[in-house]
Design a protein. Structure first.
Length: 133
């Protein structure tokens, strides 16, 4: 993910920054997203019956859900939100791969939370008065 971040920053021409948040907010997001994605995975495993196909079909559903969201698409055009969008898209793929390898939601939640904390804390931009208004 760090290599992807550097390459993206080079290609877009500016440093990806994340808005400042409380330290536990990325952990709450990690739990929410993993449980949300877990429902997609579980439903598709039951529906399709093939674990590997279901996990990656769920990943496709997640990407389609985001593509259908006007808020998600608008975030790609805002410099302050590009880093968040790249991180979420990369984490969705990474967590699908980890889930295939471990078949354990708790491991996915822990890794997701750790990665979110590292990225949010290392790249958080200081909030200024001008940025709030």
């Amino acid at each position: 993910l760090a290599v992807v971040r550097v390459q993206v920053q080079r290609s877009i021409g500016f440093s990806m920054r994340f808005p400042r948040r409380l330290w536990f907010a990325p952990l709450v997001d990690a739990v929410y997203l993993e449980v949300h994605w877990g429902f997609y995975r579980g439903a598709l495993v039951v529906l399709l019956g093939v674990f590997y196909v279901a996990v990656f079909a769920a990943l496709i559903l997640v990407y389609l859900e985001w593509a259908a969201s006007p808020f998600w698409r608008r975030g790609w055009r805002r410099e302050s939100q590009v880093g968040v969008r790249w991180l979420r898209a990369a984490l969705a793929l990474l967590m699908a791969l980890i889930y295939v390898l471990t078949r354990n939601l708790w491991v996915c939640i822990a890794v997701h939370g750790l990665v979110e904390l590292i990225f949010w804390q290392s790249a958080a931009q200081p909030e200024t008065i001008a940025a709030r208004s």
